[in-house]
Write a protein that binds this ligand. Structure first.
Ligand SMILES: [Zn+2]
Length: 238
């Protein structure tokens, strides 16, 4: 049997629920905290998902801004639940040793702070680490531009599939247009550090931006996770 206080509350609620007016009051009574909790959750989601440049307007104090950045770094993954862990399920080796720090898909651009579509994956490894071709193929293009810095596009023509791989923010390029390439060939060195590297492109720090394309066109980008496999521990230590 419940204690007297609980019983009293239950009896009171039952009386309230008995007539039409009482039921209305009861609904309002329970709605208020529910709405408050929802507002708090939405505010939390808004802070996590908003571009930093937008939120900066609310935080004029440098310490507050730093605290916000730390908060987002710690909790940012909660708002991207649909992304989950990146599972590589392809048959080609990774182009560089390092961690995938930014997946393919929608994201907040680290430079512009705006919502954008990330057309490849970012791999953060050793500065000036070796970048290797993920498959046999032929170099289509070696280019320099403001977005990707020094980049290489390679065509892979296999009997079962044809695709292109794209490597950007390179500090050094060891490939020539039309050159034949084999899996694992070192085609360049990682770069993209805006302070230290030549032609970093649009980049906040050194990393490899890697894309898979189904045609020569940049628009034909597709998720690289379907093409790459995760390196074994031994391969990573090499
Ligand atoms: Zn990228």
């Amino acid at each position: 049997m419940a204690d007297p206080v609980t019983s009293k509350v239950l009896i009171h609620l039952a009386t309230l629920a008995a007539d039409e007016e009482g039921r209305k009051n009861l609904v309002i009574l329970f709605s208020i905290p529910l709405v408050l909790v929802l507002i708090i959750l939405m505010l939390f989601a808004y802070i996590l998902a908003s571009p930093l440049s937008l939120l900066a307007g609310f935080f004029t104090n440098q310490n507050e801004m730093a605290a916000l950045q730390a908060f987002r770094a710690e909790h940012g993954d909660k708002i991207r639940l649909q992304t989950g862990a990146i599972i590589l399920n392809g048959k080609y080796p990774m182009p560089a040793v390092g961690e995938i720090t930014s997946p393919y898909g929608k994201r907040i651009h680290p430079v512009t702070g705006k919502r954008s579509f990330h057309t490849g994956i970012d791999i953060a490894g050793e500065w000036h680490g070796e970048i290797k071709s993920i498959a046999d193929g032929q170099v289509v293009k070696v280019s320099i531009d403001e977005i990707y810095g020094n980049s290489i596009l390679i065509k892979h023509d296999y009997p079962d599939e044809t695709f292109y791989s794209f490597y950007a923010h390179l500090s050094k390029v060891f490939a020539l247009p039309d050159q034949e390439i084999f899996t694992g060939d070192i085609i360049g060195l990682e770069g993209g550090d805006p302070e230290l590297d030549p032609n970093p492109g649009s980049s906040t720090g050194h990393h490899l931006h890697f894309e898979i394309r189904t045609s020569r066109l940049a628009l034909s980008h597709t998720d690289p996770v379907a093409y790459l496999y995760a390196p074994s521990k031994n391969e990573e230590e090499e």
